[in-house]
Design a protein around this ligand. Structure first.
Ligand SMILES: [Zn+2]
Ligand SMILES: [Zn+2]
Length: 130
């Protein structure tokens, strides 16, 4: 059984908006700014970098470090479960699974659904009624 909510029906690079438009099989449409996708790159190298920045926000970036490209060179399907984005600076090791992309959807409806999900943990106090 595949969940239509985590099956991408189509992916289109929207040059004018500098974004990727994804259509999902359940009819939902997502628009991801390229910058967001790059910043959330799930490859091991970028994950390590992000954790490093969290631990040490003032670390000195080496002279070889170049700012990442937020332009896409290519989008490739990976099997039937993920997309691979290749950036114009040559970086392309991030495999963005459909589950991950759906979770990342920045639209208003998905954002507020995620906030609702987290509410019990944010407040953490259960007050029994009566
Ligand atoms: Zn990466
Ligand atoms: Zn959404």
């Amino acid at each position: 059984m595949t969940d239509p909510r985590t099956q991408v029906a189509s992916a289109d690079l929207n040059d004018a908006e500098r974004a990727i438009d994804l259509a999902w099989q359940d009819g939902h449409a997502s628009r991801y700014p390229l910058k967001l996708l790059r910043e959330e790159c799930p490859c091991a190298g970028c994950r390590t970098d992000r954790e490093e920045i969290k631990r040490n926000p003032f670390r000195v970036i080496g002279p070889d470090a170049r700012p990442p490209s937020f332009s896409l060179a290519d989008v490739e399907p990976v099997g039937t479960y993920a997309l691979r984005f290749v950036w114009t600076d040559g970086h392309g090791s991030g495999i963005y699974t459909f589950d991950f992309l759906r979770e990342l959807c920045p639209c208003e409806a998905c954002r507020s659904a995620r906030v609702t999900d987290e509410t019990p943990y944010v407040h953490g106090i259960f007050i029994p009624s009566g």
